[in-house]
Every structure is written in structure tokens, then in C-alpha cells.
Design a protein around this ligand. Structure first.
Ligand SMILES: [Mn+2]
Length: 354
């Protein structure tokens, strides 16, 4: 296992020098944030990113994420050109020496919350989701009322996109995912890159849009669509854990036994009602995810990939990008590192410091 930390590039308020000081963290998870969706990710931009991370004494371990263009998810005729570009980007990722690529297949919206700063009992704030609150958000005015998405879509553009998805059933979305993977998995394989689909967050349909990567059986279906080692998953405990029907250790055990968990996102959630939850500190006792049982399953199935803490709370007066402050995620990394060391029975065999 390689402990990693997400970093949003040179504009991230958290410097890599601080990431480097988190005990056990050796890898960085990052992306290029200035490439328009659908364009090829340039090799020189990826190389610069890798060099920047390397200069800080860390490894660029994962690219998270190259967004999948909506035309691909919609199955529009333009998808062939866009998939060819995606394959080119994957090749460039491999040439940069990065071995894992995280992506998702969620229509229109990535992770979605209804409150970015819910105050918890201890005075910290956390991201929260409430399906009733979501149902009161009026998208006819664009995404202005959706926390975290305020400027993402203007009203006419969003209306057109939502209308286009009315013809896309869950089964159609599965077909479009299969079409994508049949073309991208071979490219990834020859580039030495492992694909790691991120489950949908939250793991149910929102705003009438289909969401299919929501459960253990769904993840099994994804890896079976193109049954190759390069076609794997990001095991995200927070996303899957928002649905109490998901047995996380069982899912980890099954996918891990197939060698298809290429990346692990570990965070905790506290379920407060039907389709209602808030994010919680990482340790098992403080939420509804049995993190120990998840890590036991990963250990037992020989997981050797990158792992990172996921969204953190805002604590100690820190202000910053919701879910991506330094302090609580650093605590999460240290907790996960210690838990893994305890379970593996010996100090971690890590690449020595440079
Ligand atoms: Mn995640």
C-alpha cells in the first residue's frame, strides 16, 4: 500500500512541502486543471506536473481524474472522436510514468452535496447530503443554488443537457460505459495504466439523471464489461458507504480477490436518515464505515496500490476548499497508515525518503 494525498496543483492553497510532512505520505494524486473537457491532455503538461511533485520529494502516483465528456456518456455520434482523444490522454499518462487513472461515469454532476459546511457537535464542519434538500433545488435557474456547482452551468446549457439525458435509461448508460471501456481499456493496457472507475457519489440517481455505479454488483459488472486486469475500480468507502445496503468489506473482498481494486479512497460517513448523511472523521467508531474491516479485506486480498484519505472536515479554524483542507485529511492519512501498519503486523515497506 502506498499512502497518497490529493493535491489540486499549483493553485492549491496547500503546498506540497506540507503534504511531504504528513507521516507516511509518499504519493500525490493530482490532475491538470486547465484542459477543456474533451481535449487531449498534453504530455508536457503531465511531465511538468510530475516534475513538480518529484521536486517536492513525492511521487505522482495517480491521475484523478480525466473527465469523460458528456457526449460519451450520452452515446452521441461525436463520441468516437472524443474516445480517441481520451485514449491519447491515457497514453500520455502512461508515458509520464503514472500507473493509475481514476475517472467516473456520472452524468452531468460529479460528487454532490446539499451543505458544504454542516456544523458537527465538536464545532467542526463537514460536507452533508439530504435528498429532501436536493429535491428543493431548482435547476431551471442553472446550478446557482447547488452547493459547490454555483458557476458550473448556465440555465440554458444545463436545461439542454438534462433534456438530452431523458432518453438515457440506466441500461443505455451501461451500454455507453461498455462502448467507452471496450476502446479505452486496450489503450490503457498497452500504456501500462490501470483504469479505476470511481463509484457514483451519492450512490443513487439525482435530479432524474441515471447513476449506475452504485453498489458491489454494479462494480462487478463494470470490471466484467471488459474483463481485463487494467479495468478496475477506485474503492471509495465514503461513496459506497452512504448506502447502508452496501456491505463494504464484502465488496472489497470480492473485487480485491479479482485484483481489480487499483486505488482506495478511505473516508467515513454518518448516515442520519434515508438518503441523508454527513461526512465524519475517518476512524471507524466515529461513523458508519467499519474502516478496520475494510482494511482487513484489502490486506487479505493483497492490496498494494495507492490509498488516500478522502474528504476531511474543516477543523482548527482552517478555511479552504470544502472537503480538501489539510488538517483533517492529514489526521485521516495518519490514522489509515497506523491502522494498516497494525493490520500488516510490521512497519510498512516504503520507498526510502529522497
Ligand atoms: Mn472518493
Amino acid at each position: 500500500m502506498q499512502m497518497t494525498f490529493r493535491w489540486f496543483g499549483p493553485t492549491d492553497p496547500i503546498p506540497l512541502a506540507h503534504v511531504r510532512q504528513i507521516p507516511g505520505v509518499r504519493g500525490v494524486v493530482s490532475a491538470l486543471y486547465d484542459v477543456p473537457v474533451g481535449d487531449v491532455w498534453p504530455r508536457d503538461g503531465l511531465s511538468r506536473l510530475a516534475d513538480t511533485v518529484d521536486a517536492a520529494g513525492l511521487d505522482l502516483a495517480v491521475i484523478e481524474s480525466i473527465p469523460v465528456h458528456e457526449d460519451i456518456k450520452l452515446g452521441r455520434p461525436t463520441r468516437d472522436r472524443l474516445i480517441a482523444r481520451y485514449c491519447e490522454s491515457v497514453r500520455h499518462v502512461g508515458e509520464t510514468g503514472v500507473r493509475v487513472l481514476c475517472y467516473n461515469f456520472m452524468p452531468v454532476f460529479d460528487w454532490t452535496r446539499t451543505d458544504l459546511a454542516l456544523t458537527l457537535d465538536d464545532g467542526s464542519t463537514a460536507l452533508a447530503y439530504d435528498d429532501d434538500a436536493l429535491s428543493r433545488i431548482d435547476l431551471t435557474r442553472g446550478t446557482g443554488d447547488l452547493p459547490g456547482w454555483a458557476t458550473a452551468y448556465a440555465a440554458p446549457e444545463l436545461a439542454a443537457l438534462l433534456a438530452a439525458y431523458r432518453d438515457v435509461s440506466e441500461e443505455r448508460l451501461w451500454e455507453h460505459l461498455a462502448y467507452f471501456l471496450e476502446r479505452v481499456v486496450p489503450a490503457a493496457e498497452s500504456a501500462g495504466v490501470r483504469l479505476a472507475i470511481h463509484p457514483d457519489d451519492p450512490p443513487w440517481p439525482i435530479f432524474g439523471l441515471p447513476r449506475v455505479v452504485t453498489s458491489g454488483p454494479a462494480l462487478e459488472r463494470v470490471v466484467t464489461l471488459v474483463d481485463r486486469p487494467a479495468n478496475g475500480v477506485t474503492f471509495c468507502t465514503g461513496s459506497l458507504g452512504a448506502d447502508p445496503g452496501n456491505d463494504l468489506p464484502a465488496i472489497a473482498r470480492s473485487l480485491g480477490a479479482r485484483g481489480r481494486i487499483h486505488f482506495a479512497h478511505c473516508r467515513n460517513v454518518h448516515i442520519t436518515g434515508r438518503r441523508q448523511f454527513h461526512e465524519a472523521p475517518h476512524p471507524s467508531a466515529l461513523g458508519d464505515v467499519d474502516m478496520r474491516a475494510v482494511l482487513v479485506a484489502l490486506r487479505d486480498t493483497g492490496f498494494r496500490g495507492p490509498m488516500r484519505p478522502d474528504h476531511g472536515r474543516m477543523i482548527w479554524g482552517e478555511r479552504g476548499r470544502p472537503g480538501y483542507g489539510l488538517h483533517d485529511r492529514a489526521l485521516g492519512a495518519t490514522y489509515l497508515y497506523g491502522l494498516w501498519e497494525g493490520l500488516s503486523g510490521s512497519p510498512l515497506a516504503e520507498r526510502p525518503l529522497r
